[in-house]
Design a protein. Structure first.
Length: 273
């Protein structure tokens, strides 16, 4: 089975933003938790929060490196060629999801190989064997152990691809790049990482940065309001992480947490069981 060129994804990509998404200087008295003016109101993500089971929101990387031999030839390869014996497609299996156990159908090795990401450079990695196992994937509710097709390359490295049918994922498994992070102990009180305020210019008082929250039935949108002087002096381009407390009107539950500036999903570390 021949495949189109592909880039091997070896790690997650973290995109960070160091400035506010919407300038709220015109609405400095807007309290946290209140609705934003229509002119700046964020668009809620239409997430099927009431679906059972809750769709899996998958973050990069979808192709997980389980074992890596560190060879340059494999690192720079751009595609995959499966030459092993194709195992039979297994039946549906029980999976423990953040909202409880569910029985999900699985895909074949052929479908998994066909779905591997594509790229633009020459060269292919030969996948010499495949077996059904499990692997941990990054989701908006933390690391999730899922059934996975584990492929061993001719170099000895092992890659894992979700064996769960695409219908089990939100947007059929479209990968998401996380730009921020949040944590919670009870689903109501959150700490959201939004970065520190800009360093004040000489002679200026420090600016204050705080989250602005808009809740809907399907999502919770986190915006940023910065008050105080933000001068145009030269600053070092260093992103400094900082967590901000957010209290929701009701538990986050199955809703997605969204960053207003780019519409990206914010992963939430759930409370420990």
């Amino acid at each position: 089975m021949r495949l189109r060129p592909s880039v091997v994804v070896l790690g997650s990509i973290l995109a960070v933003a160091g400035c506010a998404g919407v300038d709220r200087a015109a609405t400095p008295t807007l309290p946290i938790g209140s609705d934003l003016p229509a002119s700046v109101a964020p668009v809620a993500v239409d997430f099927p929060a009431t679906a059972a089971p809750r769709p899996i929101v998958l973050f990069q990387p979808k192709l997980v490196t389980v074992e890596w031999q560190g060879l340059e030839e494999e690192k720079l390869a751009a595609g995959y060629r499966f030459t092993g014996v194709e195992p039979p497609t297994p039946g549906a299996t029980s999976v423990v999801l953040p909202d409880g156990p569910a029985t999900l159908p699985l895909i074949s090795v052929r479908d998994a190989v066909a779905a591997l990401p594509g790229g633009g450079r020459d060269g292919e990695v030969e996948l010499v064997s495949a077996e059904l196992g499990t692997a941990a994937f990054t989701t908006d509710r933390g690391r999730l152990e899922l059934p996975a097709w584990r492929f061993r390359s001719s170099f000895g490295s092992v890659y894992a691809w979700p064996a769960v049918t695409p219908e089990a994922f939100w947007k059929r498994g479209e990968e998401i790049i996380g730009s921020h992070h949040a944590r919670t102990t009870d689903g109501v009180r959150l700490e959201v990482e939004l970065g520190a305020p800009p360093t004040p210019c000489r002679g200026d008082a420090p600016a204050v940065k705080e989250p602005v929250v808009t809740e809907t039935e399907t999502s919770v949108v986190i915006g940023v309001r910065t008050t105080g002087p933000v001068g145009e002096c030269a600053r070092t381009a260093i992103y400094l992480p900082r967590y901000y407390p957010v209290t929701l009107a009701k538990p986050l539950g199955s809703r997605v947490l969204v960053f207003e500036e780019d519409g990206g999903i914010i992963p939430v570390t759930p409370p420990s069981p």
